[in-house]
Design a protein around this ligand. Structure first.
Ligand SMILES: NC(=O)c1ccc[n+]([C@@H]2O[C@H](COP(=O)([O-])OP(=O)(O)OC[C@H]3O[C@@H](n4cnc5c(N)ncnc54)[C@H](OP(=O)(O)O)[C@@H]3O)[C@@H](O)[C@H]2O)c1
Length: 264
């Protein structure tokens, strides 16, 4: 399928690993000029920068200064901006709401919600100028499925999904489409890194991290397809929503959860 994305300019947040890395890879292979923001890089992102028009920008997106610097870098380099993928986000396993400090809430909200506020605020004037701009917000099923084990993250994703709708309403008439994706569990370092959610699940179930993500998670969470989602599958949906093929799609939230969500 021809996505008609060639020569567009995209900013991707949280770009060094997981879903963000997969989005950068697929955009770059479509001929998009990508500006990739994260605190550090990885060999995989370095390889994409060496072989495609991918610019790596080292930024802390839990600060407004970092968010603004990322967008400014893209505009300085390419003089325009067509696509913004607000992907960065983070969760930490929680035992109880009562154990969270203000600093815990602030840390998760800054990187998961306010990063999207700050990057979008810096990017929108340029997306409006592009005349056919698109924002894709990577939210989560936890936006509508609050879970005590990630109480702060669930609330931050609910805020992001809500912001997604407001932005789509305000900027549609200015040529910018805004859509969200709500993944269920996705096989990324978010789960698989040491101390990540696969380890936590494995410890609770008395099994290995691999067994936890391949068997325990799909069974215990009711994932109809029987498996978690892969990062490239979220990236493919992101590219479609960012592309002119989705020209009349705005204000949506698309699930990609293998059937985990049971409501209509
Ligand atoms: N994996 C899942 O099961 C799942 C499910 C639903 C939704 N999501 C959402 O999908 C998005 C991507 O998740 P993922 O699983 O790909 O996460 P991941 O594997 O943990 O990767 C996170 C990315 O964000 C970057 N990052 C983290 N903190 C940052 C900061 N302060 N400033 C700049 N960059 C930062 C990381 O790079 P550095 O550490 O180098 O900065 C990395 O590139 C998140 O919004 C997440 O909530 C994930």
């Amino acid at each position: 399928m021809e996505l008609h994305l060639e020569d567009k300019v995209a900013v991707v947040t949280g770009a060094s690993k997981g879903i963000g890395l997969a989005v950068v890879e697929q955009l770059a292979k479509e001929g998009v000029k990508v500006v990739a923001g994260s605190r550090t890089s990885t060999p995989e992102l370095d390889a994409l920068a060496a072989s495609h028009d991918v610019t790596i920008v080292s930024v802390d997106l839990s600060t407004s200064a970092g968010a603004e610097a990322l967008v400014q870098h893209a505009v300085d380099r390419h003089q325009r901006l067509d696509i913004l993928v607000n992907n960065v986000g983070a969760a930490e396993p929680r035992e109880s709401f009562l154990k969270l400090s203000d600093a815990d809430w602030r840390r998760i909200f800054d990187v998961t919600f306010f990063s999207a506020v700050w990057v979008s605020r810096a990017a929108l004037p340029h997306l409006v100028a592009a005349d056919s701009g698109a924002i894709v917000n990577i939210s989560s099923i936890n936006a509508r499925l609050p879970f005590p084990g990630v109480v702060d993250y669930s609330a931050a994703k609910a805020a992001l999904t809500n912001l997604n709708k407001s932005l789509s309403e305000e900027f549609a008439s200015q040529g910018v489409r805004v859509n969200a994706i709500a993944p269920g569990p996705v096989r990324t370092p978010f789960w698989t890194a040491p101390g990540g959610f696969a380890d936590v699940t494995a410890a609770a179930a008395g099994t290995t991290a691999k067994e936890a993500i391949d068997v325990v998670v799909p069974e215990s969470m009711g994932i109809t397809s029987g498996r978690v989602t892969e990062a490239h599958e979220v990236a493919a949906l992101t590219l479609f929503l960012a592309s002119p093929l989705a020209a009349n799609i705005t204000g949506t939230e698309t699930l990609i959860d293998g059937g985990q969500t049971k409501t209509l």
